[in-house]
Design a protein around this ligand. Structure first.
Ligand code: TYC
Length: 103
């Protein structure tokens, strides 16, 4: 007689799917006043982007009015968006970052 083999892979029937927190996008909005180089500096400082990454994101926001910067857990997205917006505000610029849930 062949050995009896389990019908169900051990563990697979009862193991719950891992829950991941929903991600939130940080979105950079264009404005007419904040200098391009300042936007690039904020992206580098707050989002740890390289000069070329930051320049590309800044130019996309400039040309299309908005650009997704990155996605994070909600609290991280909100903290970074606020910190980046505050850097502009401290210099009197209307630079604005917002957040929205991903899909
Ligand atoms: N539009 C600004 C200018 O021409 C530069 C800028 C780009 C500002 C992107 C904000 O999200 C922004 N000085």
């Amino acid at each position: 007689q062949p050995p009896l083999r389990p019908l169900v892979k051990p563990g697979s029937a009862t193991r719950p799917k891992t829950q991941r927190p929903p991600l939130h996008k940080v979105i950079l909005l264009n404005d007419d006043y904040t200098p391009r180089e300042f936007v690039v500096g904020v992206l580098k400082a707050v989002f740890r982007m390289s000069e070329s990454q930051a320049y590309a994101v800044m130019m996309t926001a400039h040309r299309k009015d908005a650009c997704v910067v990155a996605v994070f857990a909600r609290d991280v997205a909100e903290t970074k968006a606020t910190a980046a917006t505050e850097l502009g505000r401290a210099e009197g610029y209307p630079l604005f970052f917002t957040t929205e849930p991903e899909e």
